[in-house]
Design a protein around this ligand. Sequence first.
Ligand code: PAF
Length: 296
Amino acid sequence: MITVHTIKELRQHVKAARMAGREIGFVPTMGNLHQGHISLIDRSTADGCYTVSSIFVNPLQFNDKSDLSRYPRTLPEDQQKLQAANCDLLFAPNVEEMYPAGQEEQSIVHVPVVSEGLCGGSRPGHFDGVSTVVSKLFNQVLPDKAYFGEKDFQQVAVIRKMVADLCMPVDIIPVPTARAEDGLALSSRNGYLSTEERQQAPALYKTLNNIAAALQNADGQSLETILDQARKHLDTQGFKTDYLDIRYSDDLRPLMNDELQAQQLRHSSITILGAAFLGSARLIDNIQVTLNQAFE
Ligand code: PAF
C-alpha cells in the first residue's frame, strides 16, 4: 500500500489506476481503524475496485473542540491494518492541505432537512462539516463507489442526499454495522469507555431491540410512551440518553403516532436510532426493522 499526503500525489495514483482500467472504491475515515472500517475496505476489494482510503480528523465537523483534541490519532497502526486488508492507496492529508485558506473561508456544503434533528440537533454544524469534507474528498479522489458504515445512519442519509442533489457521479454503498459479540456497535469512541462502562455499553443496542419488540406489539401504546419507557430504562443502565427516535429508513422522516396503528406502515422499513452518553463517551447506534406483527 502506498501512503500519500498531498492531493497532487493522490490524483497521480488514482489516474494511473483508472488508466489501467480499474474502478475506484473509496473509504473515507478519521482513522483509529477497527473491524468496522476494515469491513468497508473488504467490500471495496471484493467489488474488484482499486481501493483508496483516507484518514483525516476533520476539524470542521467537531462542534466540541475538546472532542477534536482528544480524538485518537494512530496512523502507524492504521497503515498496518489497511495494508493487511489489501487497501491500495492511503490519503492522509494535514489540515493545511484540506483547508489551505483556513476553515473560516471554506465554502460549506449544507444538506437541509435530513441533517436536522437526531445527531444534527445535538451537534450543531456537525453535518455541514461532514458534507463539506466528503464533497472535497470525492472531488479529490473521484471514486466510482464510496463505502460508509450504517452505524452512522444519518450520515449515510446526508451523503446520499448530497450526492443526489449535486449530481455527483459516485455510488454510495452502505455497509452493515460491525458489532462485538455482545452486540456493541464497533466505534473509535468505545476506546473512551472504562472496563465497567464497556460492560454496560451493549444496553444501548438492547434498548433499540426492546423498542422494536414494543412496536411489533404496540397494543395501542403511543410512540411517545414506548420511547419514554425506553429512555428511562436506558438511564437506569448508567447512560444519559441524548435521543431515541424512530424514522422511516429511506429518508429519515419522522414516524407519526397514527401511522403506527395504520395498515400502510405494515412492511415499511423503519429505523430506530439512539445516542447516549456513557461516562465521557457519546455512543450512537441504530437498527432497521420491518414491522409485521403489529397488524396480524
Ligand atoms: O464517518 C467518519 O469517519 C467521518 O464522518 C467521515 C465520513 C470520514 C468524514 O470526516
